[in-house]
Design a binder for this molecule. Structure first.
Ligand SMILES: *Cc1c(COP(=O)(O)O)cnc(C)c1O
Length: 385
């Protein structure tokens, strides 16, 4: 049977040349020439003045929490529907995670609910651009600056995407990117921390280098390096940076391929979806999305299970997504939510289905997914007709 997995990592072909160069140079630790070149491309794509490669987006988020000097007195607003790392980074510093619900249309943090969860202890909002669709970043940034709250963008999905022409990741004081194997550009495990602030960059270099001023030493700005603050080991090896460089150089090709799949799904499933009460993630007119994922919202939880199983029977890797963090064991321990919880997040978690989307998909793969999904009908129980 024709098999279409949910994801298959893409290799551009440029990676091995950069890997060989790094091996020949015998520079294996971080912050060598490949890191510098990859960093320049990340800054150019994001139009943010400063970027540091990290070992993961998770670590970049942890760096953000360290750089904000979060502590037990502080609260950070986080969308309830996101990967655990967004919240974990806050909880690791002993600060309280405050879960806010998401929008029904884009599945991003609902910026209209921020006033409900704000307190005098609110230090930051960690927003997530779900699927790389901007989480109303202009309104978020305006709300944050009015309240004296820091905006951090978990931009794991949205590298290369934009809102109203301005790249995602350039709206907050800091933003984070993921280069995990499942993201648009990948080096297996990797990420980046971006910041618009010179001052934050200076401290971020220290946090990333085990709390030392080693980066300044290498630039000849101090004559020896020493322990100057809290930090850890957040910089990736040159081998990973070299691989990533080969992906960054292919970003246009990768994005064209992803958009072709996304557009085919959008067009091919429009009538099927509207006839069956299935919704698609909304993309607001101001959002330039990166075709990171293709999400359907099924009419009911039974239909979510039904479609995923129907696809599985025909070797199509469709899947659900995040579980609401406020209802998770750790979320209950480290976080709070508004008294009526996050009902939209719960409903989306129970009804969302994501379809296979990766750059190497052939037209036959896409057609197969379309025909399998189109053949699905909601199962009506005899009781509700
Ligand atoms: C993937 C992901 C992360 C974590 O990325 P890693 O690079 O694997 O640490 C964080 N936040 C979101 C929203 C993600 O999708």
């Amino acid at each position: 049977m024709h098999e279409v997995p949910f994801n298959r990592p893409f290799v551009s072909g440029f990676e091995s040349k950069h890997l060989s160069e790094a091996i020949e140079l015998k520079h294996f630790a971080g912050d060598g020439p490949a890191t510098a070149r990859a960093t320049d491309l990340i800054r150019a794509v994001s139009q943010v003045p400063h970027a540091l490669l990290t070992t993961s987006c998770t670590h970049a988020l942890e760096m953000s929490s360290l750089l904000l000097d979060l502590g037990p007195e502080d609260e950070v607003i986080v969308p309830d529907f996101t990967f655990v790392s967004t919240a974990n980074a806050v909880a690791l510093r002993g600060a309280k995670v405050v879960f806010a619900d998401i929008r029904e249309d884009t599945f991003c943090l609902d910026e209209r609910l921020l006033d409900d969860v704000w307190t005098t202890r609110t230090r930051a909002v960690f927003t997530v651009h779900y699927g790389g669709v901007g989480s109303e970043p202009e309104r978020l940034a305006a709300w944050c600056s009015e309240r004296g709250v820091v905006l951090v963008e978990d931009n794991a999905h949205g590298f290369g995407a934009a809102w109203n022409g301005k790249p995602l990741g350039s709206f907050g004081l800091m933003s984070t990117v993921s280069f995990h194997e499942t993201k648009n550009l990948q080096c297996g495990e990797g990420g980046a921390l971006l910041t618009t602030s010179d001052e934050v960059l200076g401290r971020a270099e220290i946090v990333r280098e085990k709390g030392t001023n080693r980066s300044r030493f290498f630039r000849g700005l101090v004559d020896k390096y020493t322990w100057v603050g809290l930090g850890s080991s957040f910089l990736p090896s040159e081998l990973l940076a070299a691989f990533l460089l080969g992906q960054l150089e292919a970003i246009d090709d990768i994005q064209t391929r992803r958009h072709a799949v996304w557009d085919a799904y959008r067009q091919g499933l429009a009538d099927w979806a509207s006839d069956r009460g299935v919704r698609m993630q909304a993309v607001p007119a101001l959002a330039q999305h990166p075709a990171h994922l293709f999400a359907l919202l099924m009419p009911s939880p039974a239909d979510q299970r039904g479609l995923i199983e129907h696809c599985r029977m025909q070797s199509v890797g469709a899947t659900f997504h995040y579980q609401p963090l406020s209802l998770s064991p750790a979320g209950q321990r480290f976080g709070t939510a508004a008294p009526d919880g996050c009902p939209v997040s719960k409903a989306v978690a129970e009804r969302i289905v994501r379809l296979p989307l990766w750059p190497g998909m052939s037209e036959q793969d896409v057609d197969h997914v379309l025909s399998v999904v189109s053949a699905w009908e909601p199962r009506r129980s005899p009781l509700n007709g």
